[in-house]
Design a protein around this ligand. Structure first.
Ligand SMILES: *Cc1c(COP(=O)(O)O)cnc(C)c1O
Length: 366
């Protein structure tokens, strides 16, 4: 049997009856877009994160883009972002007509730091996006939020991989001016299709975001907000998310248990393991580092174990923009992009699968 990097059919079958019931209820209601399920989900998710507003959207890249626009980012503005987070933020920055200012990350946490944020702001960034990558909450998020506030710079948290991670007793997504989530099916909280959301404590930003996601309407058919578009979560996805949300903390704990199992049992001097496990990490991805990862990948593949690389190309090296960033060097980001490799880590994994993976990793010789 293959061990995949993720297994959605296990996830779906574990909740099949509730999911069918949820979809059935929506079909019976005849309300498909911006109805009661979306409203209920937005309220439940805002409460979960500990903020006052949740504005759901069609996906997590839209929610980044509309967050940038809500914070006033316009053509030719600069936006600070890490370059090791899969290009999603940069895609949103480019779509908003703005220019990314790439921040290097810490080699151990693989996340942006207060120092890298300071550098981006000195370079003219009007808004900063910090990504809680792989499910690891950014340790200095409070200091980063204070610094941005004091310098009148907007802060967006990208929480697409970190639903439920906690830093200093607060959930990620409650530190920035706004925070963006994705509910892509494999995320810690995933729909069965695309989905996303922005959360915020600001009434004004929430109002702007609600208009940005729906044609710029103030009231029906009255358009008074520029740069808007259509980006909505649908009722079926909202109903599905309401089935999965109550078990998110439990699922996150299972992910952490898997990560802890790997940390305890993987013993291979050629593999660098991530840091210790606590509530600031929801183990969206379990990412180790090694030189010669192609050999590890091939060794595991022979044993029917799938791995993945998150991510092979840093944003500033992507072909669509690399010519504009030839003078940018991000030492840690670049080294990480050559060394990271992801092992399977999702709540439905069995002990037997974990044992197979540990045996496979431990038997690899460089
Ligand atoms: C998945 C992801 C996104 C984008 O979400 P989509 O819903 O796929 O558009 C943004 N940022 C990060 C870090 C992600 O992992």
């Amino acid at each position: 049997m293959n061990i995949l990097i993720n297994n959605l059919s296990d996830r779906i079958s574990s909740k099949e009856e509730k999911l069918l019931q949820a979809v059935h209820n929506v079909l019976k209601s005849g309300m498909i877009v911006l109805g009661p399920e979306v409203k209920a989900f937005e309220a439940e998710f805002a409460k979960y994160v500990g903020v006052t507003h949740c504005i759901s959207m069609a996906n997590g890249t839209d929610s980044l883009e509309l967050s940038l626009k809500a914070l006033g980012v316009e053509k030719n503005d600069k936006v600070g972002t890490a370059a090791n987070a899969g290009m999603y933020t940069t895609t949103a920055v480019l779509a908003a007509g703005a220019t990314p200012v790439f921040m290097d990350v810490d080699f151990k946490t693989r996340n942006a730091t207060l120092d890298s944020v300071k550098t981006a702001i000195s370079a003219g960034a009007k808004v900063i996006v910090v990504t809680h990558l792989y499910g690891q909450g950014v340790k200095e998020i409070e200091q980063i939020a204070d610094y941005c506030k004091n310098h009148n710079v907007g802060l967006i948290e990208d929480c697409a991989q970190a639903h439920g991670a906690i830093i200093n007793d607060k959930m990620v997504g409650s530190f920035g001016d706004v925070a963006s989530f994705s509910f892509y099916p494999t995320k810690n909280l995933g729909a069965l299709g695309d989905g996303g959301a922005v959360v915020t404590n600001s009434d004004t930003l929430a109002d702007t975001l609600r208009r940005l996601r729906q044609y710029g309407w103030s009231t029906k058919y009255h358009v008074d907000l520029k740069n808007s578009r259509n980006s909505r979560l649908d009722e079926i996805q909202a109903a599905i998310l309401r089935v999965f949300l109550p078990q998110l903390d439990q699922d996150n704990q299972k992910r952490r248990d898997i990560a802890a199992y790997y940390l305890k049992n993987i013993k291979n001097e050629h593999i660098v393991m991530p840091q210790m496990i606590d509530e600031s990490y929801v183990a969206h991805l379990f990412v180790v580092q090694c030189q010669n990862r192609e050999s590890l990948k091939a060794h595991l593949f022979e044993k029917h174990i799938y791995t993945d690389i998150h991510y092979p190309v840093p944003d500033h090296k992507q072909s669509i923009i690399s010519s504009e960033f030839t003078d940018v060097t991000l030492a840690n980001t670049e080294q990480l992009s050559n060394e990271v490799i992801t092992l399977p880590c999702y709540p439905e994994m069995t002990l037997e699968q974990l044992e197979t993976i540990v045996e496979g990793v431990n038997s690899w010789r460089k």
